[in-house]
Design a protein around this ligand. Sequence first.
Ligand code: DC
Length: 256
Amino acid sequence: MLIFLFVSLIFDFSMMQSHQNFNTLEDKKIIIAIDGHSSTGKSTVAKDLAKALHYIYVDTGAMYRAVTLYAMRHGFIDESHFNQQKLEQELPGIKIKFEMNPNTSLAEVLLNGENVENEIRTLAVSKHVSKIAAVSAVRKKLVEQQHQMGKDKGIVMDGRDIGTIVFPYAELKLFMTATAKDRAERRFLELNERGENVTYEDVLKNVVNRDHIDSTRKDSPLKKAEDAIKIDNSNLTLQQQFEQILQLAQTAIKNA
Ligand code: DC
């Protein structure tokens, strides 16, 4: 009788152990860093991936865009000048946060408490954002905040320096690219759908110009991390791209 009790206790315990192992595998949280050129659809795939994995999604470009909007509204930057010193002085008072939109279940960006999700996506903001993102003091502030957001893992973060600077130890790093022409076409359609009156030539110029500033700046330039997987999506449908990336993520979670 005693032997039977002992054996059954061991059996229960080992079942518990294996069940726990299964849970830890399923619940294992990793960091997924998605970098790449502008308008490569990083945020679309990052959002879909985060939803499928029940992870948090952070669009770091939105944070740089919100700081840019602040600088524009306060007259620190326009077509002809940029008062970097003034922006740096005011940085401590610029608060960037995300809030969940209950209708879309997506995080939207707040600038000092105001929802600026739509305003930060205009071509006017795109035209100045690379200059603002090249300022080390701005990067330092936002990168600190991004570290905090990723401290519990279970996060998909997209940007330009996520795999190289923000989370160099991310378990999965992707680097997305496509031809400038393909990217400008996609962005042009998107802006038109939103009712912005822009020309294709203007959008193409912005895409090329941002690539140049983002990849040649001194602080954290856009470049592929050595261990990042490059994905050229010029000839991929959104669905094909998503399936490819989901598979990479599932493998990375299993191997973590
Ligand atoms: O991803 P996006 O196009 O919304 O980003 C806007 C700009 O912000 C982009 O031109 C470069 C900058 N950026 C950056 O320097 N580092 C990041 N992690 C994210 C964006």
